[in-house]
Design a protein around this ligand. Structure first.
Ligand code: LMR
Length: 327
C-alpha cells in the first residue's frame, strides 16, 4: 500500500518534471480567428500528448509586441507564434510581403491554392535559414479602412496618417494613395487613434472589433483591398529536439487547428463587421463598383514597384494561381 502510494507520488513527480511547456504568444485578442486557433491547438495538443505537453497561451501582446516576438522565438524564449505575413519582411524574409500587395489575393479559393500548393511550401522553406520552421498558414481575412472620414476616393486619403504594420509594401500602398503611413505595433494602435496620433488604419474587421478601434474611429470603409493571414512558426532547434512521438502529436493537433481556423475565419470577420455596424459607434461606408475601380487603379502600380523587393517570379506565381482558379 505504502509502496504503491510512494510509487504514485514519485511517478507523478517524475511525470510533472517531464512535462514540456510550450509558450504560444500572439498580439491579437482571444476572440479572433488566431486567438481561437491558439486555444483549439492547445486543447488538441494537450489531448494528443496525454498531458505530456502543456501549452501556455499569451494573447494581446502580453509577452511581446510585434517585432519582439520574432526575436524571442529565435532566442528560444517563446516556442510558437503566428505572426502576420508582414512581420517577416523586417526579419529579412521579404518574400512574405507578397501577401501584403493590394488585391493580390482575390478570394479564399485562390488563397487556398497558394497556401496548399508548391508556392506556399517554397515560402515556408525561406524561413529555414532563420532557424524557424513554418508549420501552417492561418487565415484572418480581407482588410477594411478606418478613419474619421469616409475614404471613398483616392483623394480622400490625401494627408491621412494611417497606421500600417512595418512593411515596405504597405508603405508603398499608402503612399500611392497620398496617405502618410505610420508604422506602429498592433498593441499601440487603439491609443494612437484615441489621441489623434494617427487618423486611421487598415485591418480586418475582427481585429478592428476586438481592439475596439471602432469606438475611436468615425468611419469604416469596406474596401477589401488586401489580405491579412498568418504563418504559424516554431523555433527549429526546439522543434527538432522534441521526442518524435510528441512532435507527431503536435503536428496532428496543428493540422486540425489549422482546418478549424481556416473554416471559421471568414465568418468571424463578417460577424465582426455586423457587430461593428450594430454598435452604432462608427459609420460603415460601402463603395460603389466605380469607387472600387478607382481605388484599385491607384494602388495596383505597387505590384510593379515592389517587384525588385519581393521577386517578379513570386508575384507571377500568385497571378498564375488566380488565373488557374478562374479569376
Ligand atoms: C496588425 O499588426 O495589424 C495585425 O496583423 C495583427 C495580427 O496579428 O493580426
Amino acid at each position: 500500500m505504502l509502496a504503491g502510494l510512494l510509487l504514485a507520488h514519485f511517478g507523478g513527480a517524475a511525470f510533472a518534471e517531464n512535462e514540456i511547456v510550450i509558450k504560444f504568444s500572439h498580439v491579437v485578442a482571444p476572440d479572433t480567428p488566431k486567438g481561437k486557433g491558439a486555444v483549439r491547438f492547445k486543447e488538441l495538443a494537450e489531448k494528443y500528448t496525454n498531458g505530456r505537453v502543456k501549452i501556455e497561451i499569451y494573447p494581446n501582446s502580453q509577452l511581446y509586441k510585434d517585432k519582439e516576438e520574432l526575436e524571442a522565438l529565435q532566442l528560444g524564449a517563446v516556442q510558437i507564434l503566428a505572426p502576420s505575413m508582414a512581420k517577416f519582411g523586417p526579419l529579412g524574409v521579404k518574400e512574405f510581403e507578397v501577401f501584403d500587395l493590394p488585391y493580390i489575393i482575390p478570394n479564399k479559393a485562390v488563397l487556398d491554392r497558394i497556401e496548399k500548393g508548391p508556392v506556399g511550401q517554397q515560402l515556408l522553406k525561406k524561413l529555414e535559414p532563420k532557424g524557424i520552421t513554418g508549420l501552417a498558414f492561418w487565415d484572418n481575412g480581407f482588410k477594411v479602412m478606418t478613419a474619421n472620414k469616409p475614404l471613398r476616393a483616392p483623394q480622400d486619403y490625401e494627408g491621412q496618417k494611417l497606421r500600417i504594420q512595418s512593411s515596405k509594401v504597405l508603405e508603398a500602398q499608402m503612399r500611392a494613395l497620398g496617405a502618410s503611413p505610420q508604422v506602429l505595433a498592433f498593441s499601440e494602435v487603439y491609443q494612437a487613434m484615441q489621441t489623434g496620433v494617427v487618423d486611421g488604419n487598415e485591418n480586418t474587421p475582427s481585429n478592428v472589433y476586438s481592439q475596439k478601434m471602432h469606438e475611436v474611429q468615425k468611419y469604416l470603409t469596406v474596401t477589401n483591398h488586401g489580405y491579412i493571414g498568418y504563418t504559424v512558426i516554431v523555433n527549429t532547434k526546439f522543434w527538432n529536439g522534441l521526442p518524435d512521438d510528441i512532435r507527431k502529436s503536435l503536428e496532428r493537433a496543428m493540422n486540425e487547428a489549422t482546418d478549424y481556423v481556416n473554416n471559421i475565419a471568414q465568418k468571424e470577420n463578417s460577424d465582426a463587421l455586423d457587430a461593428i455596424k450594430s454598435s452604432g459607434k462608427t459609420q460603415l461606408v460601402a463603395l460603389t463598383p466605380d469607387e472600387v475601380k478607382a481605388l484599385r487603379e491607384a494602388v495596383m502600380p505597387v505590384h510593379k514597384e515592389m517587384e525588385s523587393r519581393i521577386g517578379k517570379e513570386l508575384i507571377a506565381s500568385f497571378y498564375a494561381e488566380a488565373k488557374a482558379a478562374g479569376y
